[in-house]
Ligand binder design. Structure first.
Ligand code: SF4
Length: 452
Protein backbone atom coordinates (compact mmCIF):
# COMPACT_ATOMS: atom_id res chain seq x y z
CA UNK A 1 0.00 0.00 0.00
CA UNK A 2 2.68 2.49 -0.98
CA UNK A 3 1.30 4.46 -3.94
CA UNK A 4 2.15 8.08 -3.41
CA UNK A 5 -1.00 9.54 -5.09
CA UNK A 6 -2.07 13.15 -4.62
CA UNK A 7 -3.76 14.27 -1.40
CA UNK A 8 -3.34 12.81 2.13
CA UNK A 9 -1.81 9.46 2.96
CA UNK A 10 -3.41 7.06 5.39
CA UNK A 11 -1.83 4.10 7.21
CA UNK A 12 -4.16 1.49 8.70
CA UNK A 13 -3.55 -1.20 11.32
CA UNK A 14 -6.27 -3.87 11.33
CA UNK A 15 -6.64 -6.16 14.35
CA UNK A 16 -9.00 -8.96 15.36
CA UNK A 17 -11.32 -11.27 13.46
CA UNK A 18 -12.30 -11.51 9.77
CA UNK A 19 -15.45 -9.47 10.51
CA UNK A 20 -13.27 -6.61 11.71
CA UNK A 21 -11.05 -7.07 8.67
CA UNK A 22 -14.09 -6.52 6.43
CA UNK A 23 -14.78 -3.28 8.31
CA UNK A 24 -11.17 -2.24 7.66
CA UNK A 25 -11.50 -3.08 3.95
CA UNK A 26 -14.68 -0.99 3.77
CA UNK A 27 -12.83 1.91 5.41
CA UNK A 28 -9.86 1.54 3.01
CA UNK A 29 -12.19 1.70 0.02
CA UNK A 30 -13.80 4.85 1.40
CA UNK A 31 -10.41 6.49 2.05
CA UNK A 32 -9.47 5.92 -1.59
CA UNK A 33 -12.83 7.34 -2.67
CA UNK A 34 -12.10 10.40 -0.52
CA UNK A 35 -8.83 10.94 -2.41
CA UNK A 36 -6.46 9.51 0.18
CA UNK A 37 -3.59 7.30 -0.85
CA UNK A 38 -2.43 4.37 1.22
CA UNK A 39 0.92 3.80 2.86
CA UNK A 40 2.31 0.89 4.84
CA UNK A 41 4.82 3.19 6.54
CA UNK A 42 3.20 4.94 9.55
CA UNK A 43 6.10 7.41 9.67
CA UNK A 44 5.00 8.92 6.35
CA UNK A 45 1.24 8.85 6.91
CA UNK A 46 -0.82 11.99 7.44
CA UNK A 47 -3.53 9.94 9.08
CA UNK A 48 -3.04 6.82 11.21
CA UNK A 49 -5.98 4.47 11.79
CA UNK A 50 -6.09 1.56 14.23
CA UNK A 51 -9.13 -0.71 13.83
CA UNK A 52 -9.17 -2.44 17.17
CA UNK A 53 -10.29 -5.72 18.70
CA UNK A 54 -11.47 -5.81 22.29
CA UNK A 55 -13.36 -8.99 23.10
CA UNK A 56 -10.85 -10.41 25.53
CA UNK A 57 -7.81 -9.42 27.58
CA UNK A 58 -5.02 -10.47 25.22
CA UNK A 59 -6.76 -8.91 22.20
CA UNK A 60 -7.31 -5.74 24.23
CA UNK A 61 -3.63 -5.61 25.20
CA UNK A 62 -2.59 -5.99 21.57
CA UNK A 63 -4.91 -3.17 20.53
CA UNK A 64 -3.71 -0.85 23.28
CA UNK A 65 -0.10 -1.54 22.30
CA UNK A 66 -0.86 -0.73 18.66
CA UNK A 67 -2.61 2.54 19.56
CA UNK A 68 0.26 3.55 21.89
CA UNK A 69 2.80 2.76 19.16
CA UNK A 70 0.91 4.94 16.67
CA UNK A 71 0.52 7.70 19.28
CA UNK A 72 4.29 7.63 19.82
CA UNK A 73 4.89 8.02 16.06
CA UNK A 74 2.33 10.84 15.96
CA UNK A 75 4.19 12.62 18.78
CA UNK A 76 7.16 12.94 16.44
CA UNK A 77 5.14 14.15 13.42
CA UNK A 78 3.29 17.46 13.99
CA UNK A 79 0.01 17.57 12.06
CA UNK A 80 -0.34 13.77 11.94
CA UNK A 81 -3.74 12.52 13.14
CA UNK A 82 -4.65 9.30 14.98
CA UNK A 83 -8.03 7.59 14.49
CA UNK A 84 -9.16 4.63 16.59
CA UNK A 85 -12.13 2.48 15.54
CA UNK A 86 -13.68 -0.91 16.26
CA UNK A 87 -14.53 -3.01 19.30
CA UNK A 88 -12.11 -1.51 21.84
CA UNK A 89 -13.37 1.98 20.95
CA UNK A 90 -16.92 0.68 21.42
CA UNK A 91 -16.04 -1.05 24.70
CA UNK A 92 -14.38 1.88 26.47
CA UNK A 93 -15.35 5.00 24.49
CA UNK A 94 -13.91 8.25 25.90
CA UNK A 95 -12.07 6.31 28.65
CA UNK A 96 -9.78 4.91 25.97
CA UNK A 97 -8.89 8.44 24.84
CA UNK A 98 -8.11 9.31 28.47
CA UNK A 99 -6.00 6.16 28.91
CA UNK A 100 -3.91 6.73 25.75
CA UNK A 101 -3.22 10.42 24.99
CA UNK A 102 -2.91 11.37 21.34
CA UNK A 103 -6.15 9.92 19.95
CA UNK A 104 -7.83 12.54 17.74
CA UNK A 105 -10.87 10.61 16.51
CA UNK A 106 -12.68 7.67 18.18
CA UNK A 107 -15.38 5.78 16.32
CA UNK A 108 -17.45 2.92 17.75
CA UNK A 109 -18.21 -0.32 15.91
CA UNK A 110 -21.56 0.92 14.54
CA UNK A 111 -20.74 4.55 13.80
CA UNK A 112 -18.56 4.15 10.69
CA UNK A 113 -20.82 6.46 8.71
CA UNK A 114 -19.57 9.27 10.97
CA UNK A 115 -15.87 8.54 10.34
CA UNK A 116 -15.15 11.17 7.68
CA UNK A 117 -17.28 14.00 9.19
CA UNK A 118 -15.40 13.43 12.47
CA UNK A 119 -12.01 13.47 10.75
CA UNK A 120 -13.00 16.69 8.97
CA UNK A 121 -14.23 18.26 12.24
CA UNK A 122 -11.01 17.30 13.97
CA UNK A 123 -8.90 18.70 11.12
CA UNK A 124 -10.87 21.97 11.32
CA UNK A 125 -10.96 22.45 15.10
CA UNK A 126 -7.95 20.38 16.17
CA UNK A 127 -10.24 19.13 18.96
CA UNK A 128 -10.54 15.38 19.63
CA UNK A 129 -13.84 14.06 18.30
CA UNK A 130 -15.62 10.83 19.12
CA UNK A 131 -18.73 8.90 18.14
CA UNK A 132 -19.35 5.98 20.43
CA UNK A 133 -22.93 5.18 21.36
CA UNK A 134 -25.01 2.15 22.40
CA UNK A 135 -25.76 0.22 19.23
CA UNK A 136 -29.32 0.63 18.04
CA UNK A 137 -31.08 -2.65 17.09
CA UNK A 138 -31.73 -1.10 13.66
CA UNK A 139 -28.17 0.14 13.05
CA UNK A 140 -27.08 -0.79 9.52
CA UNK A 141 -25.07 -4.05 9.66
CA UNK A 142 -22.85 -2.85 6.80
CA UNK A 143 -22.57 -0.08 4.18
CA UNK A 144 -25.32 -0.51 1.55
CA UNK A 145 -22.87 -0.42 -1.34
CA UNK A 146 -19.46 -1.27 0.15
CA UNK A 147 -16.44 0.03 -1.81
CA UNK A 148 -14.05 -2.47 -0.26
CA UNK A 149 -10.37 -2.66 -0.91
CA UNK A 150 -9.48 -6.31 -0.41
CA UNK A 151 -6.48 -7.02 1.79
CA UNK A 152 -6.75 -10.79 1.39
CA UNK A 153 -5.14 -12.52 -1.64
CA UNK A 154 -7.04 -11.45 -4.78
CA UNK A 155 -8.79 -14.81 -5.24
CA UNK A 156 -10.44 -15.05 -1.81
CA UNK A 157 -12.62 -12.75 0.28
CA UNK A 158 -14.59 -12.70 3.51
CA UNK A 159 -18.16 -11.50 3.14
CA UNK A 160 -19.92 -10.24 6.26
CA UNK A 161 -23.59 -11.23 6.03
CA UNK A 162 -24.80 -9.81 9.35
CA UNK A 163 -23.72 -7.87 12.42
CA UNK A 164 -24.24 -8.43 16.14
CA UNK A 165 -25.41 -11.41 18.20
CA UNK A 166 -28.49 -12.37 20.22
CA UNK A 167 -26.92 -15.25 22.14
CA UNK A 168 -26.35 -14.91 25.92
CA UNK A 169 -23.04 -16.81 26.18
CA UNK A 170 -21.84 -16.12 29.72
CA UNK A 171 -18.17 -15.59 28.79
CA UNK A 172 -18.72 -13.30 25.82
CA UNK A 173 -18.84 -9.52 25.58
CA UNK A 174 -19.37 -9.34 21.80
CA UNK A 175 -23.13 -8.63 21.93
CA UNK A 176 -22.27 -5.51 23.95
CA UNK A 177 -19.66 -4.48 21.34
CA UNK A 178 -21.63 -5.31 18.21
CA UNK A 179 -25.29 -5.05 19.29
CA UNK A 180 -28.29 -7.23 18.48
CA UNK A 181 -28.20 -9.49 15.41
CA UNK A 182 -28.98 -7.66 12.14
CA UNK A 183 -28.94 -9.44 8.77
CA UNK A 184 -27.80 -7.58 5.65
CA UNK A 185 -30.42 -7.49 2.90
CA UNK A 186 -29.96 -10.50 0.61
CA UNK A 187 -29.69 -8.44 -2.60
CA UNK A 188 -26.86 -6.33 -1.09
CA UNK A 189 -24.87 -9.48 -0.32
CA UNK A 190 -25.52 -10.95 -3.79
CA UNK A 191 -24.47 -7.65 -5.41
CA UNK A 192 -21.28 -7.58 -3.36
CA UNK A 193 -20.40 -11.18 -4.26
CA UNK A 194 -21.08 -10.46 -7.96
CA UNK A 195 -18.73 -7.48 -7.71
CA UNK A 196 -16.06 -9.56 -5.98
CA UNK A 197 -16.36 -12.24 -8.65
CA UNK A 198 -15.82 -9.61 -11.36
CA UNK A 199 -12.64 -8.64 -9.49
CA UNK A 200 -11.37 -12.24 -9.76
CA UNK A 201 -12.45 -13.65 -6.39
CA UNK A 202 -13.23 -17.40 -6.65
CA UNK A 203 -13.60 -18.28 -2.93
CA UNK A 204 -16.12 -16.61 -0.60
CA UNK A 205 -16.00 -17.12 3.19
CA UNK A 206 -19.25 -16.02 4.80
CA UNK A 207 -18.78 -14.51 8.27
CA UNK A 208 -20.82 -13.00 11.10
CA UNK A 209 -21.09 -13.68 14.81
CA UNK A 210 -23.94 -16.18 14.19
CA UNK A 211 -24.04 -17.09 10.51
CA UNK A 212 -26.80 -19.68 11.03
CA UNK A 213 -29.24 -16.98 12.19
CA UNK A 214 -29.06 -15.21 8.82
CA UNK A 215 -32.37 -13.99 7.44
CA UNK A 216 -34.58 -14.82 10.41
CA UNK A 217 -34.90 -11.13 11.28
CA UNK A 218 -35.70 -10.09 7.71
CA UNK A 219 -39.17 -9.55 6.28
CA UNK A 220 -39.97 -11.74 4.46
CA UNK A 221 -38.07 -14.17 6.68
CA UNK A 222 -35.19 -15.91 4.90
CA UNK A 223 -32.53 -18.46 5.83
CA UNK A 224 -28.82 -19.10 5.37
CA UNK A 225 -29.76 -21.97 3.03
CA UNK A 226 -31.76 -19.50 0.89
CA UNK A 227 -28.79 -17.12 0.73
CA UNK A 228 -26.42 -19.97 -0.22
CA UNK A 229 -28.63 -21.08 -3.11
CA UNK A 230 -28.62 -17.50 -4.46
CA UNK A 231 -24.86 -17.11 -4.06
CA UNK A 232 -24.28 -20.45 -5.79
CA UNK A 233 -25.72 -18.86 -8.93
CA UNK A 234 -23.09 -16.13 -9.04
CA UNK A 235 -20.80 -16.76 -12.01
CA UNK A 236 -17.10 -17.04 -11.38
CA UNK A 237 -17.44 -18.02 -7.73
CA UNK A 238 -16.21 -21.60 -7.24
CA UNK A 239 -16.21 -22.10 -3.47
CA UNK A 240 -18.56 -20.75 -0.77
CA UNK A 241 -17.67 -21.56 2.83
CA UNK A 242 -19.66 -20.82 6.00
CA UNK A 243 -17.85 -19.77 9.19
CA UNK A 244 -19.25 -19.24 12.74
CA UNK A 245 -22.27 -21.56 12.68
CA UNK A 246 -24.27 -21.88 15.91
CA UNK A 247 -24.71 -25.65 16.46
CA UNK A 248 -28.39 -25.71 17.43
CA UNK A 249 -29.28 -23.71 14.30
CA UNK A 250 -27.70 -26.13 11.81
CA UNK A 251 -30.83 -27.23 9.97
CA UNK A 252 -31.70 -30.11 7.67
CA UNK A 253 -32.21 -27.47 4.97
CA UNK A 254 -28.66 -26.15 5.41
CA UNK A 255 -27.12 -29.64 5.24
CA UNK A 256 -29.21 -30.36 2.14
CA UNK A 257 -27.82 -27.26 0.36
CA UNK A 258 -24.29 -28.31 1.27
CA UNK A 259 -25.03 -31.79 -0.11
CA UNK A 260 -26.63 -30.58 -3.35
CA UNK A 261 -24.94 -27.30 -4.34
CA UNK A 262 -21.43 -28.04 -5.73
CA UNK A 263 -20.12 -24.55 -4.90
CA UNK A 264 -21.33 -24.65 -1.28
CA UNK A 265 -18.54 -26.43 0.57
CA UNK A 266 -19.32 -29.22 3.06
CA UNK A 267 -17.32 -27.26 5.64
CA UNK A 268 -18.86 -26.58 9.03
CA UNK A 269 -17.15 -24.23 11.47
CA UNK A 270 -19.33 -24.58 14.57
CA UNK A 271 -17.89 -23.37 17.90
CA UNK A 272 -19.19 -25.78 20.59
CA UNK A 273 -17.23 -24.27 23.50
CA UNK A 274 -17.53 -27.49 25.57
CA UNK A 275 -19.14 -30.98 25.61
CA UNK A 276 -20.27 -31.43 29.21
CA UNK A 277 -23.91 -30.43 29.62
CA UNK A 278 -23.39 -28.88 33.07
CA UNK A 279 -20.58 -26.65 31.76
CA UNK A 280 -22.65 -25.72 28.68
CA UNK A 281 -25.51 -24.77 31.01
CA UNK A 282 -23.22 -22.56 33.11
CA UNK A 283 -21.94 -21.04 29.84
CA UNK A 284 -25.56 -20.26 28.90
CA UNK A 285 -25.12 -22.19 25.67
CA UNK A 286 -28.21 -23.73 24.05
CA UNK A 287 -26.72 -27.10 23.16
CA UNK A 288 -26.24 -30.14 25.44
CA UNK A 289 -24.04 -33.24 25.02
CA UNK A 290 -26.71 -35.57 23.61
CA UNK A 291 -27.84 -32.96 21.09
CA UNK A 292 -24.26 -32.32 19.99
CA UNK A 293 -23.56 -36.01 19.34
CA UNK A 294 -26.88 -36.35 17.51
CA UNK A 295 -25.97 -33.36 15.31
CA UNK A 296 -22.49 -34.71 14.55
CA UNK A 297 -23.92 -38.10 13.56
CA UNK A 298 -26.49 -36.35 11.33
CA UNK A 299 -23.74 -34.31 9.63
CA UNK A 300 -21.47 -37.33 9.12
CA UNK A 301 -24.41 -39.29 7.71
CA UNK A 302 -25.61 -36.57 5.33
CA UNK A 303 -22.17 -35.16 4.42
CA UNK A 304 -19.60 -37.96 4.72
CA UNK A 305 -16.97 -35.69 3.09
CA UNK A 306 -17.68 -32.79 5.45
CA UNK A 307 -14.79 -30.98 7.15
CA UNK A 308 -15.62 -30.07 10.75
CA UNK A 309 -14.01 -27.29 12.71
CA UNK A 310 -14.85 -26.33 16.29
CA UNK A 311 -13.46 -24.26 19.13
CA UNK A 312 -13.70 -25.04 22.84
CA UNK A 313 -12.90 -23.16 26.03
CA UNK A 314 -11.03 -24.82 28.93
CA UNK A 315 -10.89 -23.44 32.45
CA UNK A 316 -14.43 -21.98 32.48
CA UNK A 317 -15.38 -21.18 36.10
CA UNK A 318 -16.12 -24.36 38.01
CA UNK A 319 -14.73 -26.71 35.32
CA UNK A 320 -13.93 -29.80 37.36
CA UNK A 321 -11.40 -32.52 36.49
CA UNK A 322 -14.39 -34.77 35.69
CA UNK A 323 -15.92 -32.19 33.33
CA UNK A 324 -12.57 -31.68 31.60
CA UNK A 325 -12.10 -35.44 31.21
CA UNK A 326 -15.52 -35.53 29.53
CA UNK A 327 -14.35 -32.91 27.01
CA UNK A 328 -11.06 -34.80 26.52
CA UNK A 329 -12.90 -38.09 25.79
CA UNK A 330 -15.30 -36.23 23.46
CA UNK A 331 -12.47 -34.70 21.41
CA UNK A 332 -10.74 -38.09 21.51
CA UNK A 333 -13.68 -39.57 19.55
CA UNK A 334 -12.15 -37.81 16.51
CA UNK A 335 -15.17 -35.91 15.21
CA UNK A 336 -13.17 -32.82 14.21
CA UNK A 337 -10.72 -32.15 11.42
CA UNK A 338 -9.78 -28.82 12.97
CA UNK A 339 -9.88 -27.74 16.63
CA UNK A 340 -9.17 -24.42 18.37
CA UNK A 341 -8.71 -24.52 22.15
CA UNK A 342 -8.89 -21.29 24.17
CA UNK A 343 -8.33 -20.77 27.87
CA UNK A 344 -11.17 -18.95 29.63
CA UNK A 345 -10.66 -15.17 29.78
CA UNK A 346 -12.27 -13.46 32.80
CA UNK A 347 -13.92 -10.46 31.11
CA UNK A 348 -15.51 -7.63 33.17
CA UNK A 349 -19.03 -7.00 31.90
CA UNK A 350 -19.78 -10.69 31.22
CA UNK A 351 -22.06 -12.92 33.32
CA UNK A 352 -19.21 -15.39 33.93
CA UNK A 353 -17.09 -12.65 35.49
CA UNK A 354 -19.32 -12.85 38.56
CA UNK A 355 -19.09 -16.62 38.88
CA UNK A 356 -17.04 -18.05 41.72
CA UNK A 357 -14.76 -21.10 41.62
CA UNK A 358 -12.38 -19.68 39.00
CA UNK A 359 -9.95 -22.25 37.54
CA UNK A 360 -6.26 -21.33 37.99
CA UNK A 361 -4.70 -20.10 34.74
CA UNK A 362 -1.93 -22.72 35.04
CA UNK A 363 -4.52 -25.51 35.16
CA UNK A 364 -6.35 -24.04 32.18
CA UNK A 365 -3.14 -23.87 30.15
CA UNK A 366 -2.33 -27.51 31.05
CA UNK A 367 -5.78 -28.58 29.87
CA UNK A 368 -5.36 -26.55 26.66
CA UNK A 369 -2.01 -28.22 25.93
CA UNK A 370 -3.39 -31.71 26.59
CA UNK A 371 -6.32 -31.15 24.20
CA UNK A 372 -4.10 -29.68 21.48
CA UNK A 373 -1.71 -32.66 21.67
CA UNK A 374 -4.67 -35.05 21.47
CA UNK A 375 -6.07 -33.25 18.39
CA UNK A 376 -2.60 -33.18 16.82
CA UNK A 377 -2.57 -37.02 16.89
CA UNK A 378 -6.11 -37.16 15.47
CA UNK A 379 -5.26 -34.69 12.72
CA UNK A 380 -2.11 -36.57 11.74
CA UNK A 381 -4.10 -39.81 11.44
CA UNK A 382 -6.91 -38.15 9.43
CA UNK A 383 -4.46 -36.48 7.00
CA UNK A 384 -2.51 -39.72 6.45
CA UNK A 385 -5.68 -41.13 4.85
CA UNK A 386 -5.31 -38.57 2.02
CA UNK A 387 -2.01 -40.02 0.74
CA UNK A 388 -2.37 -41.24 -2.83
CA UNK A 389 -5.65 -39.42 -3.30
CA UNK A 390 -6.26 -36.46 -5.62
CA UNK A 391 -8.18 -33.42 -4.43
CA UNK A 392 -9.06 -29.95 -5.68
CA UNK A 393 -6.64 -27.29 -4.42
CA UNK A 394 -6.98 -23.51 -4.55
CA UNK A 395 -3.51 -22.16 -5.18
CA UNK A 396 -2.78 -19.44 -2.63
CA UNK A 397 0.78 -18.28 -3.21
CA UNK A 398 4.29 -19.08 -4.35
CA UNK A 399 6.47 -19.86 -1.32
CA UNK A 400 8.90 -17.00 -0.60
CA UNK A 401 11.18 -19.22 1.49
CA UNK A 402 11.23 -22.34 -0.69
CA UNK A 403 11.64 -21.66 -4.45
CA UNK A 404 9.50 -24.06 -6.52
CA UNK A 405 7.11 -24.65 -3.62
CA UNK A 406 3.54 -23.45 -3.99
CA UNK A 407 1.04 -23.11 -1.15
CA UNK A 408 -2.60 -24.04 -1.54
CA UNK A 409 -5.75 -25.04 0.34
CA UNK A 410 -8.37 -27.70 -0.26
CA UNK A 411 -12.13 -27.34 0.29
CA UNK A 412 -11.46 -28.71 3.80
CA UNK A 413 -9.07 -25.90 4.75
CA UNK A 414 -10.31 -22.41 5.63
CA UNK A 415 -7.93 -19.47 5.22
CA UNK A 416 -5.62 -18.49 8.08
CA UNK A 417 -6.91 -21.04 10.63
CA UNK A 418 -6.49 -24.49 9.02
CA UNK A 419 -3.48 -26.28 7.50
CA UNK A 420 -2.06 -25.91 3.99
CA UNK A 421 -1.13 -28.03 1.02
CA UNK A 422 2.47 -27.75 -0.23
CA UNK A 423 2.62 -28.33 -3.97
CA UNK A 424 6.13 -29.31 -4.94
CA UNK A 425 5.81 -29.76 -8.70
CA UNK A 426 4.58 -27.39 -11.42
CA UNK A 427 4.21 -23.58 -11.18
CA UNK A 428 0.43 -23.11 -10.86
CA UNK A 429 -0.67 -19.49 -10.51
CA UNK A 430 -2.42 -18.22 -7.37
CA UNK A 431 -6.19 -18.23 -7.68
CA UNK A 432 -6.36 -21.34 -9.85
CA UNK A 433 -8.16 -24.47 -8.60
CA UNK A 434 -6.27 -27.61 -9.65
CA UNK A 435 -6.29 -31.37 -8.98
CA UNK A 436 -3.37 -32.23 -6.71
CA UNK A 437 -2.26 -35.76 -5.86
CA UNK A 438 -1.25 -36.09 -2.22
CA UNK A 439 2.13 -37.74 -1.66
CA UNK A 440 2.79 -36.98 2.00
CA UNK A 441 1.08 -35.73 5.17
CA UNK A 442 2.03 -34.14 8.50
CA UNK A 443 0.18 -32.99 11.64
CA UNK A 444 -1.81 -30.25 9.93
CA UNK A 445 -0.48 -29.99 6.36
CA UNK A 446 -0.39 -32.10 3.21
CA UNK A 447 2.19 -32.36 0.41
CA UNK A 448 1.43 -33.15 -3.21
CA UNK A 449 2.01 -32.44 -6.86
CA UNK A 450 -0.24 -31.25 -9.65
CA UNK A 451 -2.05 -34.23 -11.13
CA UNK A 452 -1.07 -34.76 -14.80
S1 SF4 B 1 -22.52 -16.81 19.79
FE1 SF4 B 1 -21.91 -16.52 21.90
S2 SF4 B 1 -19.66 -16.55 21.76
FE2 SF4 B 1 -20.40 -16.13 19.72
S3 SF4 B 1 -20.46 -13.89 19.52
FE3 SF4 B 1 -22.49 -14.59 20.20
S4 SF4 B 1 -22.45 -14.42 22.43
FE4 SF4 B 1 -20.33 -14.40 21.70
Amino acid sequence: MTDQGPGKRVGVVSLGCPKNLVDTENMLGQFLQQGYSLTADPEEADLLVVNTCGFKADAEAESREAIAAMAEIKSRHPGQRLVVTGCLAQRYGAHLAQDIPGIDVLVGSAQYEQLFPLIAANQTTGEATLAVAPISPTAAPAPEKPVRLLTTPAHTAYVKIAEGCNNPCAFCIIPQLRGRFRSRPLEEIVAEVQHLSQQGVVEINLVSQDTTLYGRDLSPRLSLAHLLRRLAQVEGIAWIRCLYLYPTLITQELLAVMASEKKVLPYLDMPLQHSHSAVLARMKRAERYAGIVHLLKRIRHQLPQASLRTTVIVGFPGESKKEFRHLYRFVGQGWFDHLGVFTYSDEPGTVAYHLTDKVPAKTARKRQKALMLLQQRISRKKLRAWRGKTLEVLVESISAEHPGLVLGRSKAQAPEVDGLIYINAGQPQPGRILPVTITDSHEYDLVGHCAP
